[in-house]
Structures are given as structure tokens and as C-alpha cells.
Ligand binder design. Structure first.
Ligand code: ZN
Ligand code: ZN
Length: 199
């Protein structure tokens, strides 16, 4: 029998160090960052949607979206991913990251590095939950600015084993990371809703 402990990312019961689903989500969020970085460039000026009926502002200069500037600057998205890359390289006893070029290229390179190391982070890094949190927060923030590409809402349902599963309405099914039960789409929605937990 497998020993049930807590997932190092979501803290729900788990027989493995990190739920496969939590690892997948981390990979997914990381992989989204380079494209989000590019898309942010189109959002440096605040959206004018909804202003079409106004006439007085036509000549006023549009303020630059400061938050987008920050996210695209050195120390923004770049700062988060390179900080994690440096920490990982230090733990692994590897050389410092190579010079990769401009900020965009640095983001691409650091994300590629981190993606390759996701299994290592999940198997052994003490702060994998912080990495997951940083990456999720960045993706959510970029998504909120870019709009229209928000991840679908996830509904928490409770497996009888105590694990909370977060599912989307169109989920094809899910495997419980706690007890390894495989649920089909219809079965998922027969599970009781989980109480709101501190997410
Ligand atoms: Zn988990
Ligand atoms: Zn379960």
C-alpha cells in the first residue's frame, strides 16, 4: 500500500510527492509564458474598447500601461524565471545561465530550461510550491491584461478519499491523485462540491 502524504504543490493528500495533475499544470503555466510575454507588447497602451462613443479623448495621449511595462522589463517576467533558473542551477551545481540576448530571448531560454527541469523540481525541490505559485500568478496576471484567454473556471469537487479535484465543465475526466480512482466526465459531476479552501 502506498503511503499517503501531502502533495508538495497543492497540499492535498497524495501518494506521490507531487500529483501528476499539479506537475502538468506547472508545465502548462510555464509553457504559456513566452507567448504571453509577446502578446503583452500589444497591450502597452490601455485598451480603447468601450471608448468608441467618446469624442473628447481623441487627441489626449494614451497613457502607457505601467504594469505591462514592468512585466516586460528586466526583472518582470524575466526576473521571475531567471531567478528560478539561477536557483536551480546552483542546487544542481551547474554553471550560471548563458547570456541569451534581449529580454524576450532570455525569457524563452529560461522558460525552456525550467520546463526541462519540472520533473526535477517536482521530485526534489523544497520550494516547488513557490515556483508553481509564481508561475501561476504571472500567467494569471498576463491573462487578465490580455483578456479573452482566461483559463476556464475550475470547480472543486471532493473525492471520497478526501482529495479535492479541480475540474472544468468540459473535462473529459480526471484521475484522483490521492486514491488513483479514474473518473469519467459524468462521474466527476456526481461527486460533491468541495468547500472553498484557501487556494
Ligand atoms: Zn497536488
Ligand atoms: Zn480519491
Amino acid at each position: 500500500m502506498n503511503v499517503v502524504t501531502a502533495c508538495a504543490i497543492c497540499r492535498n493528500p497524495s501518494t506521490v510527492r507531487v500529483h501528476p495533475g499539479c506537475q502538468e499544470r506547472l508545465t502548462d503555466n510555464l509553457a504559456a509564458l513566452p507567448a504571453l510575454y509577446r502578446q503583452l507588447a500589444e497591450h502597452l497602451a490601455p485598451s480603447r474598447r468601450g471608448d468608441s462613443g467618446r469624442t473628447g479623448s481623441r487627441t489626449a495621449p494614451l497613457p502607457v500601461n505601467e504594469r505591462v511595462l514592468d512585466l516586460r522589463a528586466r526583472g518582470g517576467i524575466e526576473g521571475v524565471v531567471t531567478t528560478w533558473e539561477r536557483a536551480a542551477r546552483e542546487d544542481l551545481g551547474w554553471d550560471e545561465p548563458p547570456f541569451r540576448g534581449d529580454i524576450q530571448q532570455t525569457v524563452d531560454g529560461a522558460v525552456a530550461f525550467l520546463l526541462a527541469q519540472v520533473p526535477w523540481f517536482c521530485d526534489s525541490h523544497d520550494a516547488v510550491d513557490e515556483l508553481a505559485h509564481d508561475v501561476r500568478r504571472l500567467r494569471a496576471e498576463c491573462g487578465a491584461i490580455i483578456g479573452g484567454e482566461k483559463p476556464p473556471r475550475r470547480i472543486p469537487v471532493a473525492c471520497p478519499c478526501g482529495t479535492v479535484l479541480r475540474v472544468t465543465l468540459d473535462t473529459p475526466g480526471i484521475r484522483c491523485g490521492g486514491c488513483e480512482t479514474q473518473y469519467g466526465h459524468a462521474e466527476v459531476f456526481q461527486l460533491p462540491m468541495a468547500e472553498r479552501s484557501a487556494a
